[in-house]
Design a protein around this ligand. Structure first.
Ligand SMILES: Cc1ncc(COP(=O)(O)O)c(C=O)c1O
Length: 444
């Protein structure tokens, strides 16, 4: 019963409850990111407040310890506080004394060179501060380059809250605003298709070809089944081929998948090429970042110098960020150290693949044995038991029950890092094994 699970949660997290009550008076909903609270606040669940983290563990203010499967919105692929990153940051702060200079610095060149080295399709790039900015800039570049207006995306594709792409994300995915305050007419320039449906996607591309700037793809690695990878690769290739026919661009949003699926992200993992790519999360080494990069002939449009020299009108430049804190030396330092490790230790990706596969197959086995028909989705380091048949209350119960056993994720979805050991993974498997009978009644 959910009530039972919640009772245990309330007893173990009294300080978090107090902090949440304080937060409710300060921030709408008590949070600064909409998915940092449990769903169904009406049952009294509140977020737990974290006070420290190390490796794959986090501790809350009540001294409970959790194995973290959320890993800072998937940003912490090396675990929390990896030593080389922490040491480099300490040096950056104490020796060079810079959090933010608002000028160019050499670290940004180092990071840009590392990205280019790891992702061969990137000729040039620009840094900004968030993924939402990066996707917004990518679409402006695509529209500027093609001089067309329409963008195709997938239903459910998430690219941040910018007004360009924040359409067709949540149910109902009809022609309806995602938020109060949006200008509905902007949606006229965005078309959505079901991910993976080649026929419908090609049909949408053809129908809009006269005014089509780009298609942006968010490859949701937690929703793909391993056996379906060839189909996904085929889909991306078919989309690119069709876009090429009309001079439209393919943007791959690699904000989650970049440096996670492989060094070269989706492009390497599925053997495909994008015209533009966006990054965030892992690239910042635990600090805020966004990045848009791609073909030189497209990226060059963002060069302001010809306008500054009086050779081009302002409307001939694609003005993109990135913001006061773009390429600040602290983020650049953390990014450089992180990518250096990922580039040097290529085995990290093999390990993540092995551990992820083992976790998914064991979960599948346990759930099937109990007669629960839940598939466990995910590729590489992602996993997600498909709970779509459960109602909101039962999903919350699943989540809280695992949480009470010391496991944290945006349940039912989780990501592993290189800091997770086989023992940590076993803890998750055992916990699901322990709750499966309680959950079975809700599923059969
Ligand atoms: C695929 C994708 N694109 C864009 C974003 C937005 O990035 P940010 O939260 O850094 O603005 C996210 C964030 O989760 C994402 O997953």
């Amino acid at each position: 019963m959910l009530e039972e699970a919640l009772k245990e949660f309330f007893v173990s997290t009294p300080k978090s409850r107090q902090l949440y009550e304080r937060a409710l008076r300060l921030m709408p909903g008590g949070i600064s990111h909409n998915i940092r609270t449990w769903s169904l606040p009406s049952v009294g669940a509140y977020p737990f407040y974290v006070k420290k983290a190390k490796g794959c563990h986090i501790w809350d203010v009540d001294d409970n310890k959790y194995v973290d499967y959320w890993m800072g919105h998937m940003a912490m692929i090396l675990g929390h506080n990896p030593k080389p990153v922490v040491t480099a940051l300490q040096d950056q702060l104490t020796i060079t004394g810079g959090t933010h200079w608002g000028t160019v610095n050499e670290k940004q060149l180092e990071l840009a060179e590392l990205i280019k080295d790891m992702v061969p399709t990137i000729d040039m790039l620009r840094f900004c501060n968030t993924g939402s900015e990066a996707t917004m800039y990518a679409t402006r570049l695509a529209r500027g380059y093609t001089k067309k207006r329409i963008l195709v995306k997938e239903f459910g594709g998430w690219h941040g809250y910018n007004d360009v792409l924040n359409w067709y994300v949540n149910e109902p995915q009809e022609d309806e605003n995602e938020s109060l305050g949006q200008i509905h007419e902007l949606c006229d320039y965005v078309k959505a298709v079901p991910f993976g449906d080649i026929d419908k996607t090609i049909e949408a591309i053809r129908r809009n070809k006269n005014d089509l700037a780009a298609m942006i793809l968010d490859i949701k690695m937690h929703l793909i089944k391993e056996g379906d990878c060839p189909k996904v690769a085929k889909y991306i290739k078919a989309v690119k081929e069709e876009l090429n026919k009309y001079g439209a661009l393919l943007i791959i949003d690699e904000i989650i998948t970049g440096f996670r699926l492989a060094q070269g992200g989706v492009q390497e993992y599925f053997g495909v090429n994008a015209d533009l790519v966006t990054y965030g999360k892992i690239l910042g080494g635990g600090l805020p970042i966004g990045c848009v990069g791609g073909r030189e002939d497209i990226m060059c449009l963002a060069d302001p110098t010809e306008h500054q020299a009086g050779l081009k009108k302002k409307s001939e430049i694609v003005w993109i960020g990135g913001g006061t804190f773009s390429a600040n030396p602290v983020t650049m330092t953390a990014g450089v150290e992180t990518l250096k490790i990922l580039r040097r230790k290529k085995t990290i990706y093999d390990e993540l693949e092995i551990v992820g596969r083992r976790l998914r197959s064991k979960l599948n086995k346990i759930l099937k044995e109990t007669g629960i028909s839940i598939d466990v989705y995910g590729i590489q380091s992602a996993f997600m038991p498909d709970l779509t048949r459960l109602n909101q209350k039962s999903i919350l119960e699943w989540n809280i029950r695992l949480f009470n056993k010391g496991l944290f994720g945006r349940f039912p979805r989780g990501y592993i890092s290189s800091a997770h050991t086989r023992d940590d993974i076993e803890k998750y498997i055992t916990a699901v094994d322990e709750i499966k009978n309680e959950m079975k009644t809700k599923l059969t």
